[in-house]
Design a protein around this ligand. Structure first.
Ligand SMILES: [Mn+2]
Length: 318
């Protein structure tokens, strides 16, 4: 649990800034987008000037959240006095690492995140690796600063929590997570709308790719570890990152295994790896870090160069 005074200091930074930049990670997920929209709502309530930045486009499916249309992927002027980095794990994932690292002395950085700590760059860092979502930490921020939780803010908190816990399925879901979600419903968050836009929205391309990932599934007996691969040729051409959101979480429902690895070819001759486990003793973040990635103990990922090739003894990265 985060110290109350950190939330007060964070709010003081926000109130003191005239021009703020809110940044989330590339390939943004529901938690990152909802957290940024929540921060944008607070800045709007304070009558502040701000910009929302994400290297990749924030998916239109989230257009029920406030301020989604304000996201931009260009940041030529960097004359902000406060930069708020949300849900990023490490600075590289912002796409603004150079600019943030080489900022002017007067430019403050506030980081709010629930990934394990990797780098140290913020003037004020609020990190809680036990939180189910960055949006869950932001709930405590709202409470600590006595900010009235409006319907818009409640929708943001609940969207972040629902998407980052796989609708309360992942082990990161705590009693507090459920309590917060319940409170958000009483504050006007619209659960059916969130489910409709984040879960019951799978495209045909997405279903076909998920099906292929399921039919390629195998278990390595040596480690009792499930793995599957998706080559570019296994997926419809119009497949998007959004279509693949949640597939590894779903595959990790396989019974009696220690964990799951999904390797998927992505454009640019790269392979994306997703690691999942529900075993408390298995730390996927450490494995992902060895491969240059990161994440949480239960859900982590990495990207490597290469292509997948099937050989007589199994799959190889070439
Ligand atoms: Mn998150």
């Amino acid at each position: 649990m985060t110290d109350h005074s950190l939330f007060t200091r964070a709010y003081n930074l926000i109130k003191a800034a005239a021009n703020t930049l809110v940044v989330i990670h590339a390939n943004p997920d529901g938690d990152a987008i909802a957290s940024a929209c929540l921060m944008a709502e607070i800045l709007t309530l304070l009558n502040k000037k701000f910009s929302l930045y994400c290297q990749d486009q924030a998916h239109a499916q989230f257009d029920f959240l406030p301020h989604l249309e304000k996201f931009t992927a260009s940041q030529e002027r960097f004359d902000f006095d406060l930069i708020i980095v949300l849900d990023c794990g490490n600075l590289k994932r912002t796409g603004l690492a150079q600019k943030i690292a080489n900022r002017l002395p007067g430019q403050q950085v506030l980081e709010i995140d629930h990934h394990p700590k990797i780098d140290d760059y913020a003037n004020l860092e609020i990190r809680d690796a036990a939180a189910a979502a960055t949006a869950e930490i932001l709930y405590y921020f709202l409470k600590a600063n006595k900010i009235k939780i409006t319907k818009n803010l409640a929708n943001c908190v609940l969207t972040g929590i629902m998407t980052d816990t796989g609708n309360f399925l992942y082990p990161s879901t705590s009693p507090q997570t459920i309590n917060i979600a319940s409170e958000m419903l009483t504050k006007g968050a619209r659960l059916p709308q969130i489910m409709e836009n984040t879960w019951r929205n799978k495209s045909l391309a997405s279903m076909k790719a998920w099906g292929k990932a399921m039919s390629n599934l195998e278990i390595s007996k040596k480690y009792n570890f499930a793995f599957t691969v998706l080559r570019a040729t296994d997926m419809p051409e119009d497949i998007t990152e959004e279509d693949m959101e949640g597939v590894s979480g779903f595959l990790s429902n396989l019974e009696k295994t220690n964990g799951l690895l999904l390797l998927r070819e992505v454009p640019g001759n790269k392979i994306k790896g997703s690691l999942r486990t529900s075993r408390p003793k298995v730390d996927m973040a450490r494995l992902a870090q060895i491969l240059g990635g990161g994440g949480h103990a239960r859900a982590a990922g990495f990207t490597i160069d290469g292509k997948l090739e099937k050989t007589a003894s199994g799959w190889r990265v070439v």
